[in-house]
Design a protein. Structure first.
Length: 466
């Protein structure tokens, strides 16, 4: 179904008395009225309704595309489309782009090219992925998955500074499909949230482990559950009674989480999947090296060495990979480039931090942003592949995305080129070019789901409508 959200009035001239010709010369009026041969003495004026249409529904999952159309505009009229989203901290994110209305009085983002602004060309979802914070170094993050994000779309007359408001509408973007269960987990030492898809299980099981930042991010787990996976969002520090900071981690804690999933009646065996980004990625690799019951692991921009904290398991300890802060490059605006800071894990003095992937079991998918400025993700992925092959393991899949930065998120999250780094203490570059990064997010999100379905089983029955 389609939905007309808000309607406003926009005047147009009827052609029964006058025909309208466009003047192209600079400085002349954009429209000139020429008396028609049928009625040279009168002008008839009426009004048309400008309306903004979002289909298949104005309510959808955050990772679902929608079609935005505006009708009732003047033919070839110049307009500006502005999108606005206020996050849970009250920070405003906006995008704007200039368009020329089609000759039929419609603006259809699936075929109408943006002429400039936050994005250009035919970009049906550009208004969302091109959102930028009004204040520097802010990243769009979803903390409460029970509430949606609301994106307000407004169409203004003219290009440049906003002119007259012609029409507007709201796109409600949720993180939970209808029927998904959200279950807080406090089993033994495990602090997590389990999301179960609607319907009769059991479902393929996945544990989602986020990067540096602490707390319990749930947005990726809730979206994966909306696509048919029983997904456990796992906290590991900076949450409730877990360690307050990154100093020492014990793999036995993560082992408890794996066993919880393996024993859950709604989780399909015999093994589970792991999904890790950044620091969460090297934790996933360590879990694969030491723990049992893991069938498939998808990793986004991760290290092949243990980073940031000591990692203990029984009588084994992996020290954190060394670094040299002198290799930080500071820009004139005070943003740090830290891509060269970590030491090479192949050097003798650093090899104790290297994760022993020769012991790892299961299938691997490495997602790499080639413009990752946090660390050398492509080098780490290829090194991981070499280590696995040296020990007779299956060749992992590596997918590299030119122009993608460090924070490869679910589709349509806007690029965060730089923000505060918890460990560095100053804003750092994350890398990425907005359009290429957005495409990488769409493509990789589907690849991750396809990878888990291939090795864990399961189907996706979700539609964009909630």
């Amino acid at each position: 179904t389609t939905c007309v959200i808000v309607e406003m009035m926009a005047p147009i001239f009827m052609l029964s008395s006058f025909r309208v010709l466009r003047k192209g010369a600079v400085g002349l009026p954009r429209w000139k009225l020429i008396p028609s041969s049928r009625s040279p003495h009168s002008i008839s004026m009426t009004t048309a309704v400008a309306s903004l249409d979002i289909s298949p529904s104005p309510r959808c999952l955050f990772d679902s595309p929608v079609r935005v159309r505006v009708s009732g505009l003047a033919p070839l009229q110049e307009v500006t489309l502005r999108a606005s989203l206020t996050d849970e901290a009250g920070e405003l994110f906006q995008s704007s782009a200039w368009y020329r209305v089609e000759s039929n009085g419609e603006l259809d983002l699936s075929r109408s090219p943006a002429l400039g602004g936050s994005y250009s060309g035919v970009e049906p979802m550009g208004w969302l992925w091109a959102l930028a914070p009004n204040k520097p170094f802010r990243r769009l993050v979803k903390r409460d998955v029970l509430s949606p994000f609301y994106v307000q779309l407004e169409v203004f007359e003219g290009h440049g500074p906003p002119g007259k408001l012609l029409c507007k509408g709201t796109n409600e973007r949720s993180f939970l499909r209808e029927g998904v269960s959200r279950i807080p987990v406090r089993e033994g030492r495990v602090r997590a949230t389990l999301f179960l898809p609607p319907g009769a299980g059991p479902f393929p099981g996945v544990i989602d482990i986020s990067g540096t930042g602490g707390g319990l991010p749930e947005y990726k787990a809730s979206l994966l559950a909306s696509h048919g996976f029983a997904t456990l969002a796992l906290a590991y520090y900076g949450y409730e009674d877990l360690p307050k900071d990154m100093k020492d981690f014990h793999l036995e804690y993560f082992e408890e989480a794996v066993n919880y999933m393996l024993q859950h009646p709604q989780v399909k065996g015999p093994g589970i999947g792991l999904f890790g980004h950044s620091k969460g990625g090297d934790l996933v690799l360590s879990m694969c090296a030491f723990l049992k019951g893991i069938t498939a692991s998808a990793l986004i921009n991760c290290s092949v060495a243990n980073v940031g904290a000591f990692l203990h398991y029984k009588d084994v300890t992996l020290p954190p990979l060394g670094f040299d802060s002198k290799r930080i490059k500071m820009s004139k605006s005070g943003i740090a480039d830290i891509v060269d800071v970590l030491n090479n894990p192949l050097e003798e003095s650093n090899c104790k931090s290297l994760i022993p992937l020769g012991k790892a079991e299961g299938h691997f998918l490495f997602i790499v942003g080639k413009d990752d400025k946090n660390w050398k993700s492509e080098f780490y992925a290829r090194l991981a592949s070499d280590l696995l092959l040296e020990h007779g393991k299956d060749k992992p899949e590596i997918v590299c995305y030119p122009g993608a930065g460090h924070y490869i998120e679910p589709p349509f999250f806007p690029l965060c080129p730089a923000s505060m780094h918890l460990l560095v203490g100053v804003p750092v570059l994350w890398g990425g070019e907005s359009k290429a990064h957005s495409w990488a997010q769409e493509d990789s999100w589907q690849k991750v789901q396809d990878f888990f379905r291939k090795h864990l089983g399961g189907q996706d029955h979700v539609t964009s409508k909630l």
